[in-house]
Design a protein around this ligand. Structure first.
Ligand SMILES: Cc1cc2nc3c(=O)[nH]c(=O)nc-3n(C[C@H](O)[C@H](O)[C@H](O)COP(=O)(O)OP(=O)(O)OC[C@H]3O[C@@H](n4cnc5c(N)ncnc54)[C@H](O)[C@@H]3O)c2cc1C
Ligand SMILES: *[C@@H]1O[C@H](CO)[C@@H](O)[C@H](O)[C@H]1NC(C)=O
Ligand SMILES: *[C@@H]1O[C@H](CO)[C@@H](O)[C@H](O)[C@H]1NC(C)=O
Ligand SMILES: *[C@@H]1O[C@H](CO)[C@@H](O)[C@H](O)[C@H]1NC(C)=O
Ligand SMILES: *[C@@H]1O[C@H](CO)[C@@H](O)[C@H](O)[C@H]1NC(C)=O
Length: 417
């Protein structure tokens, strides 16, 4: 880990009745439904909205609800035989048990942001979608600075609920409000506080999972190896995460943010070279990432632009001398900076201000979200990219032209010195 420089990624009951209203359950579907009902205390018949066959009216809207990549919205994409939307961990246990008994694959979806749609596609055969969209409780305890969050909660909901209880507690995770904590934390989770506090997964102190035997286990029950694996190893390989217990972190009442754009003509390449050298030596309170996008030069011709996005856990007058000392070439001005509360910064990084939103809008994971047709990939870079390397990237951007391209240079060196 010691040589790890930067991370770079590019983005390019009632249900029974409902089903039987559309058309009667087939013998097979009925058998499956009976299996769900067999689990003690599970799926009481009067409880609605938990089990959907393909002919149920809500099947399609639920399937679409967090389909976040239009690439996988084709008619030939594999479709789940059933959708189960659990409200408690017993429902999850029943889903695991019955999928095993009926030899159906189980896909688990929290926020649906998987780059390859792995949470709602399965090309190997018939499968069940366990959709945690209704499984989103958040319980913040300010006294011991922790929060229990259910796997389907979005980052925006987690942030809002923390800030609702305290102006100086936060959680270090991603910058996009609609990402789900189920997939996000089980894969790591990086964001603007990570230079100081590490990844989201580093700040999990307990968890509840349902394993392949449909047993509900906490950290003690699953053991330290499994607890380690589900925090970065992709939890779906080990079970279904029901909820996480998060250790909250401290932020000052005001943080400083800035976004400055520099085109190739304005020396973007040299600035990026410098950024690569200094980024791991800046004070831990300072986070700066770079977005590479296609822009227009003064004559309106296509060019590559570097956008420096930053969060500093302090005030403008404290930030300016740090930038002057470490990165004077960026030529940052106090006027480029804004002092915000941490929760306002969450809205800022998710472009909320640009769209005229306010803090409570963080609760809405569908607001202004237009699923894109995209291919994205993350990678680690273990030594700085050379000037020639950067130029090759710019050439590739220019050649591809047209459609939106995005590349993000992050940083993830933490506790390595
Ligand atoms: C627009 C966008 C912005 C992003 N921004 C950031 C960012 O700022 N920082 C960052 O680090 N990442 C970011 N990501 C990546 C994101 O963190 C991952 O794609 C993450 O896996 C998404 O989690 P999810 O719950 O939304 O996705 P899902 O598609 O629901 O799940 C992703 C994977 O996790 C599994 N999974 C989901 N829930 C569970 C569960 N409860 N138990 C077991 N397995 C489960 C799924 O089966 C699937 O394999 C972004 C992605 C997108 C599309
Ligand atoms: C998926 O395609 C259908 C049919 O073309 C369309 O109605 C729906 O809005 C699309 N969903 C998303 C999330 O793009
Ligand atoms: C919060 O945590 C404290 C300390 O662990 C505990 O005493 C208290 O009961 C918790 N509060 C709630 C509402 O759970
Ligand atoms: C906290 O949430 C309550 C209930 O939604 C709301 O009325 C209140 O304004 C919120 N307070 C803060 C500080 O966000
Ligand atoms: C499931 O139960 C079987 C039989 O008791 C046991 O051998 C196996 O290890 C268990 N699997 C898990 C993942 O706990």
């Amino acid at each position: 880990m010691a040589s790890l420089g930067s991370i770079i990624f590019a983005l390019f009951s009632l249900p029974f009745l409902v089903a039987s209203q559309d058309q009667p359950l087939s013998w097979e579907d009925d058998q499956f439904y009976e299996c769900l009902l067999q689990e003690p205390t599970i799926f009481p018949r009067q409880l609605g909205s938990l089990f959907y066959t393909q002919s149920a009216q809500s099947y399609w809207p639920i399937l679409q609800s967090t389909l976040r990549n239009r690439r996988f919205n084709s008619s030939d994409a594999s479709k789940p035989r059933y959708i189960i939307t659990p409200h408690n961990s017993d429902h999850i246990r029943a889903a695991v048990m019955c999928s095993k008994r009926f030899n159906l694959d189980l896909r688990v979806r929290s926020g649906g942001h998987d780059y390859e749609g792995l949470s709602y596609l399965d090309r190997r055969g018939p499968f069940i979608l366990l959709d945690l969209g209704q499984f989103r409780n958040i319980d913040v305890n300010v006294t011991d600075e922790t929060a229990w969050v259910e796997a389907g909660a979005s980052l925006g909901e987690v942030y809002y609920n923390i800030a609702n209880k305290s102006g100086t507690l936060a959680f270090p995770s991603g910058l996009c409000r609609s990402v789900g904590v189920g997939g996000h934390i089980s894969g790591g989770g990086q964001g603007a506080l990570m230079r100081k506090y590490g990844l989201a997964a580093d700040n999990v102190i307990d968890a509840l999972i349902v394993n392949a035997n449909s047993t509900l286990l906490d950290r003690k029950g699953m053991g330290e190896d499994v607890f380690w694996a589900i925090r970065g190893g992709g939890a779906a390989s080990f079970g279904v995460v029901v909820s996480w217990k998060l250790k909250l972190v401290h932020v000052p009442p005001k943080v400083t943010v800035f976004t400055v754009e520099r085109s190739l003509e304005q020396g973007a390449t040299t600035l990026i070279e410098k950024w690569q050298k200094i980024i791991n030596h800046l004070p831990k309170d300072l986070f700066i990432r770079i977005l590479i996008v296609m822009g227009k030069d003064k004559r309106g011709l296509p060019t590559v632009e570097a956008i420096f996005e930053s969060l500093y856990q302090g005030k403008i007058h404290q930030l300016m001398p740090i930038m002057q000392k470490h990165f004077p070439e960026l030529n940052l001005k106090a006027e480029d900076c804004k002092e915000l509360t941490w929760i306002e910064s969450a809205l800022y990084f998710d472009d909320g201000y640009k769209r005229g939103e306010s803090v409570p809008d963080l609760l809405n994971r569908h607001l202004n979200y237009k699923p894109k047709f995209f291919k994205a990939k993350s990678d680690f870079v273990t030594k700085p990219i050379s000037r020639e390397g950067l130029k090759t990237i710019w050439d590739t951007f220019m050649q591809l032209g047209g459609e939106q391209r995005l590349m993000i240079f992050g940083t993830i060196r933490w506790k390595t010195e």
